[in-house]
Design a protein around this ligand. Structure first.
Ligand code: 13P
Ligand code: SF4
Length: 307
């Protein structure tokens, strides 16, 4: 817990208003500690979309980035989905727009289209299947009878999935600007400092980084692995915000960031103050228009059916 009087005052106000608004606060694993502290649910992209789909709250305050709030709106159209900072976007999701995808589909008319959840709702509406880092391999394995598969927008996740499944995938040149800051030399250096540590990295990392790791996992899979593995030291190759949760869950274990440079500025835009404003003003609302929503939902539902 962040032990600061100012935050405690804000936390009390947030909790009070949250009840009045019948709101639930969903928080991604990369958020600031002060934001993680007021979460009703904290998790990875897949877990948070599942919770968004089944919560009976009237208001969802989504502390993450824009595509995550859109996914919540797609799954829960009758709820008010709020983001504390409307400018918190995902640069990777912005690397592909709907005309890019339509063009790629035209070039490969026989291909089935799989898209990472880190895409806009408009792009999701053009997909056959959605996936997250937790289930990307399972989704591609499920498509074993398909001749050609388009996988967008993350070329590094695609490379990881391709190696796991033995499938050649049609790619897009997208990537996460935060995860590519983790370099192979960072992993080599940390391994030298901590020779007994297990190395866990996110599949959004560079392929050479994934090759040096013991495991490539989504953020919540990392949380589970760290809890269940008997190792007591871990080198963490993902956005540094996850370390707060890892330390809270495992006070007797040590976690070393593979690189202190792996900070996602968009994930850090949300603060307790902004959460309070969102609850006070019921703003900013993220609402996906119905025609896009219905088409995008099909791709998400197909993913949820597979896994
Ligand atoms: P997960 O938490 O689903 O692994 O996602 C990582 C990420 O980069 C989200 O933007
Ligand atoms: Fe997007 Fe990367 Fe930030 Fe995740 S960490 S929100 S993929 S830029």
């Amino acid at each position: 817990m962040v032990n600061n009087k100012e935050f405690r005052g804000l936390e009390d106000k947030i909790n009070e208003l949250k009840k009045k608004r019948k709101a639930v606060i969903l928080v991604h694993n990369y958020q600031l500690p002060e934001v993680q502290d007021v979460a009703d649910f904290r998790g990875d992209s897949l877990e948070l979309s599942r919770i968004a789909a089944k919560t009976d709250a009237e208001v969802i305050v989504f502390c993450g980035v824009h595509f995550m709030a859109e996914t919540a709106s797609i799954l829960s159209p009758d709820k008010k989905v709020l983001v504390p900072d409307i400018l918190a976007g995902c640069p990777m999701a912005n690397m592909m727009n709907v005309s890019d995808l339509r063009k790629l589909k035209k070039e490969h008319p026989k291909a089935v289209t799989v898209g990472y959840v880190n895409t806009s709702a408009e792009v999701k509406a053009e997909l056959d299947y959605c996936c997250t880092s937790t289930n990307a391999t399972a989704v591609v394995n499920y498509l074993k009878n398909e001749e050609e598969i388009i996988f967008v927008p993350d070329k590094y996740l695609a490379d990881y999935v391709s190696k796991q499944t033995g499938r050649k995938l049609i790619l897009w040149n997208g990537y996460c600007p935060t995860h590519i800051k983790i370099l192979p030399e960072d992993i080599k250096r940390e391994k030298k400092f901590h020779p007994f540590a297990k190395v866990m990295v996110h599949p959004e990392c560079l392929s050479q980084v994934v090759a040096l790791a013991d495991v490539a996992l989504s953020t919540s899979q990392m949380a589970k692995y760290a809890k269940e593995n008997e190792a007591t030291e871990f080198i963490v190759g993902t956005e540094v915000g996850l370390i707060y949760r890892l330390k809270q869950d495992n006070p007797n274990k040590e976690f070393y960031p593979a690189s202190e440079r792996a900070v996602c500025p968009n994930m850090k835009r949300t603060t307790q103050e902004k959460i309070l404003w969102a609850l006070e003003e019921l703003k900013e609302e993220v609402k996906v228009p119905d025609d896009i929503r219905q088409r995008a939902k099909k791709a998400i539902d197909r993913m949820l059916e597979i896994v």
